[in-house]
Design a protein around this ligand. Sequence first.
Ligand code: PEP
Ligand code: MN
Length: 334
Amino acid sequence: MIITLKSNSSPQQVAHLRSWLEGQNIGVHPIEGKFQTVIGLIGDTSKIDIECLENLEIVEKVIRITEPFKTANRKFHPEDTIVSVGEAKIGGPHFGLIAGPCSVESEEQILEIAKRVKASGATLLRGGAFKPRTSPYDFQGLEAQGLKLLSLAKKETGLPIVSELISINHLDLFADVDVIQVGARNMQNFDLLRELGRTHKPILLKRGLASTIKELLMSAEYILAGGNKNVILCERGIRTFETYTRNTLDISAVPVIQELSHLPIIIDPSHSCGVARYVKALSMAAAASGANGIIVEVHNDPAHALCDGAQSLTPAQFDDLASHVRRIVEVCHS
Ligand code: PEP
Ligand code: MN
């Protein structure tokens, strides 16, 4: 970190700042110019509140050299993290194809979808059991029963399962869930992230509706700092002024995150656009961008889905999508 001081700072003010910084075990290296003094800070500056420094009377500007996310940072971990889930792998050269309904609705529904998406090449099955709905009057998920049905689908097909956890009080119910999803609305539920850092299960961390890439990486840092290194990031569209789509897919998040971090980054084309007929194009764009996978909503009867039917593909549409995506992955990931 580099601090540029205002030209009128008095020696006493500079000495005071210096001893405050040294008191926090930070190496202080002043460079005195003709008109201005610049201070280089060496050591762990992650705990320093940049805004607090910037507000000091003698400080003109503060520049952070190293990003505040340490464990997620590619600088300190150059090789890609590959998350293993059963036989599936996500990250590096491994493309994860995750598919399934927004929410588990019945045994017949989840078993049929699971078998169909597996036949199309899905490597993991998704299905919400606890649904964070905008309206308290909407279907909230089958909860514990939904997880049991997902387990059944896993047993029948061998596909590992992904499901969203909305409260740490439910963690025991997730014993058979292979990947715990943290939804967009919980990306900054720091208590939840901290607790998940103590588990050893892979975590699928979705980007918040109005969160920056840095905020997403700082949230991943909460999980990693607790000792759980199996984090998969997910870009699921962000809020913009556009109204033709539910959200706006920020495809640039893929190269940006791959530069900044070693963690896998996947795309959720379904929540990104909210419209089934756009999902294939976004999935192909995701594969071409170098994303490490996609998570797609598939329903056997989208018109009657209890949640997110408008963005759900039929199994046949998913099959077509999967074959296109596979071809792009072959070309772009080799
Ligand atoms: C979901 O995956 O069904 C979901 C609710 O996603 P998000 O948290 O991205 O809105
Ligand atoms: Mn959904």
